[in-house]
Design a protein. Structure first.
Length: 109
């Protein structure tokens, strides 16, 4: 455990003292596609005027998010990124992404 995660005590001279550590984030299981509600929007902010299709609302692990993002990027034939629980697809592919997500069983708005 890291020293940064210790709660309330900087140093103790008691040899029997056990430090309390902050709990790590709970492991989130990925919900099945039928229970997910994803939002597909077009974003231009902080991107130098370039358009990006943004998919938000995914509940699950980073690995599952990356797999979904890779599938969308491959089917659209463009680049993109997955970070902070969001999938970024370069360009305006809102309709195509909605169709692909619906075909996978996700609820899309």
């Amino acid at each position: 455990m890291s020293k940064k995660n210790r709660i309330g005590v900087v140093y103790s001279t008691n040899p029997d003292f056990n430090y309390e550590y902050e709990d790590e984030e709970p492991v989130v299981d990925t919900l099945p596609p039928q229970q997910q509600k994803l939002y597909v929007t077009l974003d231009r902010k902080q991107r130098g005027g370039k358009q990006v299709t943004l998919v938000t609302g995914f509940v699950g692990t980073d690995d599952d998010l990356a797999a979904l993002g890779k599938m969308l990027k491959t089917k659209c034939g463009v680049g993109g990124n997955t970070k902070d629980g969001e999938i970024l697809i370069q360009g305006d592919f809102r309709e195509k992404v909605k169709v692909l997500l619906l075909a996978e069983g996700y609820k899309v708005k």
